[in-house]
Design a protein around this ligand. Sequence first.
Ligand SMILES: Cc1cc2nc3c(=O)[nH]c(=O)nc-3n(C[C@H](O)[C@H](O)[C@H](O)COP(=O)(O)OP(=O)(O)OC[C@H]3O[C@@H](n4cnc5c(N)ncnc54)[C@H](O)[C@@H]3O)c2cc1C
Length: 494
Amino acid sequence: MKYDVAIIGSGLGGLQCAYILARKGLNVCVLEKNPVVGGCLQTFRRNGVEFDTGFHYVGGLDDGQPLNAIFHYFNLLHLPWHRWDNDAFDEVRIGGQSYFFANGYQHFADTLAEQFPHQRDNLKRYVEMLKTVGDGLKNSLLPHSDEEVFSRSLFTRSAYEFLCETITDPLLRDVVSGTSLKMELNRRTLPLYVFAQINSSFIQSAWRLNGGGQLIADELVKSIRQMGGTVLTLAGVVELVERDGRLAQAIVDSGESVEAEWFISDIHPAATLDLIKESTQVRKIYRRRIGNLQNTFGMFTVNVALKDGTVPYLNRNQYVYRTGNVWSLADYADRPTPGILLSYRAEADNRFARNIDLLTPMYWPEVERWADTKVGRRGTDYEDFKRRKTDECLALAAEVIPNLTQAVEKTFSSTPLTYRDYTATAQGAAYGIRKDYNNPMLTLLTPRTPVPNLLLTGQNLNLHGVLGVSMSSFFTCAEILGMAAATDGLKFED
Ligand SMILES: Cc1cc2nc3c(=O)[nH]c(=O)nc-3n(C[C@H](O)[C@H](O)[C@H](O)COP(=O)(O)OP(=O)(O)OC[C@H]3O[C@@H](n4cnc5c(N)ncnc54)[C@H](O)[C@@H]3O)c2cc1C
């Protein structure tokens, strides 16, 4: 059977593209190498406790906000969303002092101005900027929009320089940047657009999903199948075959081939090109360009199962830093863990935490020496390394959970190598290709490739995260359907 569109990878981007195209009547087939769909949305169980792999929370899901419209389109609003504390959805702790992020631009600025009264006007200018960027998002999804030009100009501006110009108190600069494990806080590369769009969406409203990101993936698969689409697991693509200058078929690891008119890749662009062994369209220079792109940091995650009734559930995320200077996280070398994100999962009645995840950036060079090993067989020195990192993360977490040592039932940990092996993400990068404001033309990929019927999607394009990947899905499908048809049914409130 020949499909209209074959999609490689069932991460959020792959599934959303399949949904958009199936909704328009195209015959789609998603090919996923793992037994479970979802990529970084996956949850997993250990000791009877459910943990998230990547996704922990989203922003902008309230009525009238961008992700609400997007999730309405994808029929995801009925999932068990839970709102984090409106007055303190994030807590940044630097030098033993806590600072709280409140929802709503004005509320956010007013809350921080209580601790930084001399920065009230600067905070106002800061949130005005975030609001402008956040409001602009929906325009970029309109047919014939000139918003892309606006967004792209923000891709050429440095986030760090904007902050230095806007906020004169260095501690407040660290505080407003302190929830930024959500992106790679790199002062030499991070574009203002990425910083502003992500912060803006969480300041609008912040939500977690009871049951974890897997519910999003499973719900999308259900809808795709109801619309006649196909989703295959244990179907890793090992080759994309080009014929007469166009892709003709995907060969999966079972040896079967899947033919299609169009192909969309939701996997890393360099991994995509590796699948095309022979091509008249992909020149060496393009392969080199894509192969040379830098990736963001990966994540070290400690999943902590807690003893029953030991740690009260906290309806916010906590970011705990050893010292300030959060913009130096990107200079991270083999030194004590500088900061962590703590994310709580509640028991049914929301009184106690069932488990917490501790996340901290980890760079590829830190794990590269085990690059040739496989999951579960990386050796005792790797286990020792993970144990040392786990202890460092637990020590930081103990600053806000004093009884943590007694409360821990069991810990599990993962490194960028884990992500590389499960999702095939280059270098286990948490957020895909690093966008660089010095080089937006090179680092900002469009869905198009030199092969006319091969498109890219997912977090390696414009913006990572649930919001960014959702936007890219529409941009990718617009290459096949046109923007008006791709966004037909997507309605933003004015
Ligand atoms: C630790 C961590 C925490 C995060 N926290 C958040 C958060 O709180 N909020 C948020 O909005 N975002 C968060 N993100 C980011 C978000 O999860 C990702 O941006 C998004 O899920 C990426 O989706 P994707 O479609 O680009 O690709 P992926 O999720 O990487 O999916 C790619 C899929 O392709 C499959 N695949 C790979 N190779 C092949 C092949 N050859 N054949 C077939 N299939 C293949 C993989 O198995 C995988 O299923 C987090 C990410 C990480 C890593």
